[in-house]
Design a protein around this ligand. Structure first.
Ligand code: GDG
Length: 473
């Protein structure tokens, strides 16, 4: 395979992700500008990007539009075009209605459509080709997430000189579920094109290793897979984290502190404020958590004059059928709970279907007493870590699902099984009423964990392991 190198862009460190790290905004004078999107990944990679003339290859978010590369804050932005049809088939279809539910324990039924797969292959090839064009000889390329699992192999074929890393942000399912996928062989081989395949948890890396050992003619020794052509891919866990210090400092600014007090006042200065923050997604266990809270109030175990539950559900994937349906179900559940337990001037549940600036998120995290994170399955869950980082001292309680990747590290949280409503109920009650000493003991350990293992620790461990893998031929 031959690839024509780009004459303008040649980077020695390249990130390939479905979305670019910048969003287009229209400024007050009507001109168009790009603003760095507030993601942990961008923050983590910024130093590496700047040091290495980094480039970021990704879609800019608008269909049917082709843009030239440009500079933004020391990073070369390389936009990849997608047609309206590709957004529907590759992104909303194969990525979000096939892979997403399949990789999250099939908590919703995955849809298998051959046209979606064809679009996935076509778009992955486009990303691989663009990355091949802009990478300098011997460059390091880091491919992100489930939308681009074929890129490592495609890229290796085009550019055997590159060092290729891949990180999966969502769970990797057990073989028994993964084998439903009609294109299971292509996906596993696609990933094996990388030199290092990162997962959130050791269990996910083991699921992958078990899969390739059983189903492909490869040799697996510990965490290394050797392909028939001699290429070695390593599979290992790198639990992702957040910019812990950044969140902590943001929560301590006078504006955010003042806003946090204001939030509690506006809520009627409750004794206990529960908080949930999620993309509106069926994997997050929002219904289970609201049902548990509603029952506690109905049974008089929580007093609606003393407690309030704030649930933020950020709009997400609204063109995918399953998500529209979920929104209706949650609307109904919220209405029922408030209808039954509300009084004039007071509703036990405050439901916000909206997205907020980072400052407002930090104010909510610091205002809350009990953070409620109940996913049915989650790769990591950054919200749990953000809440811990925003604490002002060892106060507050984190209720955390055993099925979130974060539970693997945040062992001192109040753990729940999200499939067991009684367990959620008794744990919410415990977290709300536990002694300050007990809460402080747990929170101290959680904070240490989150501050010792932040997002730069994550990026550094992955990249130094990738660097240590045998030099490409
Ligand atoms: C995937 C995996 C893994 C949410 N609403 C607003 C807002 N957020 C921010 C949160 C947090 C992020 O979005 C959500 O991250 P999560 O980790 O909780 O969940 P996913 O979106 O499903 O992320 C997950 C993650 O990738 C990283 O690898 O942990 O398991 O599913 O940072 O704060 N931010 C702002 N306004 C909002 O309204 N500004």
């Amino acid at each position: 395979a031959q690839v024509e190198r780009d004459t303008e862009v040649s980077a020695s460190f390249v990130v390939v992700a479905n979305r670019l790290p910048v969003d287009r905004v229209v400024t007050d004078d009507g001109s168009v500008a790009w603003r760095t999107s507030p993601g942990g990944l961008v923050t983590a990679l910024e130093p590496v990007m700047k040091k290495n003339e980094g480039a970021w290859v990704g879609w800019h978010g608008a269909p049917d539009e082709t843009l030239d590369p440009f500079e933004d804050g020391g990073i070369t932005i390389v936009p990849v075009p997608l047609s309206t049809n590709e957004v529907a088939e590759y992104y909303e279809g194969f990525s979000n209605a096939t892979l997403w539910p399949l990789y999250h324990d099939v908590v919703a039924p995955p849809a298998f459509h051959r046209e979606w797969w064809d679009a996935y292959v076509r778009v992955n090839r486009r990303f691989a080709e663009r990355a091949a064009q802009v990478s300098d000889t011997g460059a390091t390329v880091w491919v992100q997430d489930y939308q681009l699992q074929l890129v490592p192999q495609m890229l290796r074929e085009l550019r055997p000189d590159l060092r290729i890393g891949f990180f999966l942000h969502i769970p990797f399912p057990p073989v028994e579920l993964f084998q439903q996928l009609p294109w299971r062989r292509q996906i596993s081989e696609g990933l094996l094109g990388a030199d290092l395949i990162g997962f959130q948890l050791p269990g996910a890396a083991q699921n992958f290793l078990r899969l390739v050992r059983q189903r492909l003619s490869v040799q697996v020794r510990r965490d290394r897979v050797t392909l028939p052509d001699g290429h070695v891919a390593r599979a290992k866990a790198y639990p992702i984290s957040i910019d812990s210090r950044g969140f902590h400092d943001l929560a301590r600014t006078p504006e955010v502190t003042a806003r946090s007090h204001e939030i509690r006042r506006d809520l009627g200065s409750p004794k206990v404020m529960f908080l949930g923050v999620d993309r509106l997604d069926y994997t997050k266990g929002i219904k289970q958590r609201l049902r548990a809270f509603g029952e506690l109030v109905a049974e008089g175990r929580l007093d609606p004059d003393e407690v309030v539950f704030v649930q933020v559900a950020t709009p997400s994937r609204e063109r995918v059928e399953e998500y529209r349906h979920l929104r209706d179900e949650i609307d109904m559940l919220v209405g029922r709970i408030n209808g039954e337990a509300g009084r004039i001037g007071r509703s036990p549940l405050v439901y916000l279907h909206a997205s907020f600036p980072r400052e407002e998120m930090a104010a909510m995290y610091s205002a809350a007493d009990v953070m409620v994170v109940t996913p049915l399955r989650d790769g990591m869950n950054l919200v749990a870590k953000e809440f811990v980082a925003c604490r002002d001292g060892d106060n507050g309680a984190l209720v955390l699902s055993e099925f979130a990747g974060a539970a693997y590290e945040l062992k001192q949280a109040y753990k729940i099984n999200p499939y067991d409503i009684n367990d959620i109920k008794s744990t919410l009650e415990l977290a709300a009423n536990d002694s300050e000493a007990n809460k402080a003991r747990r929170m101290r350990t959680l904070r240490k964990q989150v501050f010792d293992n932040d997002i730069s620790h994550w990026a550094d461990s992955f990249l130094s392991d990738l660097d240590a893998e045998v030099s490409p031929e």
